[in-house]
Design a binder for this molecule. Structure first.
Ligand code: LMR
Length: 329
């Protein structure tokens, strides 16, 4: 249904705004699931502005945020069908569509700080992961940060025992599902767009996400406790279909590449600040209790989720894991 709506919308002329430069020659339709005021929302806006400037208004990026056009469940399909040209899903969403290797980024307590993540992404492992996307005629144009994930529920989550029996909303990653089961919680895969309502209606008891997503979705209004576990990383890959990439004239492709490279660099530079500001805003709102974890508490959670590594290793082989660990060291 959504696909039909989008195909119909794609046939309509683009929004006003572009009029100052005359009609754009190329239009790139981009869909994502988070709010505008998030690291991803802002970086993609930056991409739009830079590309408009670099192309003298000839290449327009049309952004559909907040799952308005497509949600997690159908944005990849829309990309494959050509109903949309560019998506930026979290790395956790590539497993179910045939790329379990991307779940390396989901491993709990693999990274302690963003510098390690960047070394892995920019090194051979990160680049080879993007290259895997060619298996499905996709082109990975780069990585973008959100930040470290924390856990929320209607109780503090500071120790493995605190998770017992909780229904935790997760993204569609088997590594994250395993992580929750290792903590004796019950993972429930839900699309991002459905999560806040599911929390409000107590369909699920808790979830994990970086603070910018909690804050902009106002999840704190329906969760009494946020525990700063920083147990895993959440980032994105920017993806287009080969068909679209080859359809672009070489000079346009170069401009898109340049604007995107600048936007991703800018996005990675502001992501941490956006999450810090979201945490400050969340604290100031007083709507939810915030719990810091000490090193011993994090170590217990780390220990409780160790088996997740073996599970992924069994699926993708030891080599990927060894290399990812090496790159992050
Ligand atoms: C989620 O589904 O929790 C996140 O992947 C949303 C996003 O894109 O940041």
């Amino acid at each position: 249904r959504r696909l039909l709506r989008a195909l119909a919308a794609a046939a309509l002329p683009g929004p006003a705004g572009a009029a100052a430069h005359g009609p754009p020659r190329v239009r790139i339709r981009l869909s994502h699931v988070v709010a505008r005021r998030t690291p991803k929302g802002l970086a993609l806006e930056h991409f739009r502005t830079r590309l408009q400037a670099l192309s003298g208004g000839e290449i327009e990026v049309e952004i559909h945020p907040n799952s308005l056009l497509y949600g997690d469940e159908d944005e990849m399909q829309a990309l494959q069908l050509g109903a949309i040209d560019m998506v930026a899903p979290s790395l956790s969403k590539f497993g179910p569509i045939g790329f379990p290797e991307f779940e390396l980024f989901d491993l709990p307590f693999l990274f302690d700080e963003t510098g390690q993540v960047h070394r892995a992404m920019q090194g051979a492992v990160g680049q080879e992961l993007l290259a895997l996307l060619a298996r499905q005629q996709l082109v990975g144009l780069g990585y973008l940060d959100n930040g470290f994930k924390h856990m929320s529920a209607n109780r503090p989550l500071r120790a493995p025992e605190d998770f017992a029996g909780l229904r935790m909303r997760i993204q569609s990653s088997r590594v994250i599902a395993h992580q929750m089961r290792a903590l004796d919680a019950r993972p429930v895969v839900l699309s991002f767009g459905e999560t806040r309502r599911a929390l409000a209606e107590r369909v699920v008891d808790g979830t994990e996400n970086p603070i910018s997503n909690f804050w902009t979705q106002r999840m704190h209004e329906v969760q009494s406790d946020l525990s700063l576990t920083a147990h895993g990383y959440l980032g994105y890959a920017i993806v287009v279909h080969q068909r679209f990439w080859e359809y672009l004239a070489p000079a346009d492709r170069e401009l898109v590449g340049q604007a995107l490279a600048e936007a991703l660099k800018w996005g990675n530079a502001i992501a941490r600040r956006e999450n810090d500001e979201a945490l400050a805003a969340l604290r100031a709102s007083g709507a939810t209790r915030i719990h810091a974890l000490d090193a011993v508490q994090r170590q217990r959670l780390r220990h409780a989720t160790r088996a997740v590594y073996e599970g992924l290793e069994a699926r993708i082989g030891p080599e990927w894991l060894r290399r990812m660990r090496g790159a992050a060291a």
